[in-house]
Design a binder for this molecule. Sequence first.
Ligand code: ASP
Length: 341
Amino acid sequence: MKKPSILVLYTGGTIGMMKDPKTGSLVPFDFGNIYQNMPILRNLDYVIDFYSFEHLIDSSNMTPEFWIELAEKIEENYEKYDGFVVLHGSDTMAYSASALSFMLENLAKPVVFTGSQLPMGMVRSDGRENFVTSIEIAASKINGVPCAPEVSIFFENQLLRGNRATKFNAENFNAFSSGNYPTLADVGIKIKYNREFIAKPSGGKLIVHKKFDRNVGILKLFPGITLDFVKHALNTPGLKGVIMETFGSGNAPTTEWFLDELADAIRKGLIIYNVTQCKSGSVEMGRYETSLNLDKIGVISGYDITTESALAKMMYLLGEGFSRSDVKKYLQQSLRGEMTV
Ligand code: ASP
């Protein structure tokens, strides 16, 4: 029988970092060191190939251009491998996994993002387990069918849907949560796949979307927000879409100036997407008077989408060049399982 084949794509991040002897801070190291630190990889009965991006980055430097490079590498190698593991810093991993989920339409193979809180070279590193389990997940098949054929994030002991995950802890090994969608797999002695929650491939050919529009922004509401701040944010030159992080189930101040600013921006063509600041639960426009107003002036609901996913989705839809009304329509539909409508 043919051995499972996995392509590991290394982008940078803590998992492959070392201490710079001069400054004492963590900097990315050359990919060759991963084999040195993990001889056990040679024992897996898989074909594991590595591709290291030329510029390894701390994921705080992630850009849509890098997402495109990453998707192109997957596209180039799609037929050759059974699955893909993306080694990525945890800081912006949820954004990248969301972006890739929108880019890879009709994906039928696993793309597992993983990283670590401690560099692989450190004695107590979580990187080794995360890495080995991700490879196993990317290679797992039942009756020839991949167990988790979607863009996911594996950390500590949970496999999460990538566009549902959020980094919620900067220190714990268990760094990601998915407040509105169950785990795709739970990992202990065994890897238990929660089949009913894992995407079923459409059977269509992989289509890779490679355009993003960066003219978007995030406006997080807070008590005491000023007219000047809202005005400046909404009147940013070229701005096409705003993810507005509201309170609770999608609520915002009822102050007249605030609603007028939003209504004015919407009239001029801005798309405002209502996403909750809560890590779990959904926007329900009209449940309170404080969100009914938003509905009336044309703010659209993001239901239970994460901010990371909302941002990637808006950049993707605007980048695809859809009409404004189509962008609004798709924002309110689940395209890759990113929200519950
Ligand atoms: N700052 C790092 C990064 O996101 C943290 C990590 O790798 O987890 O690249």
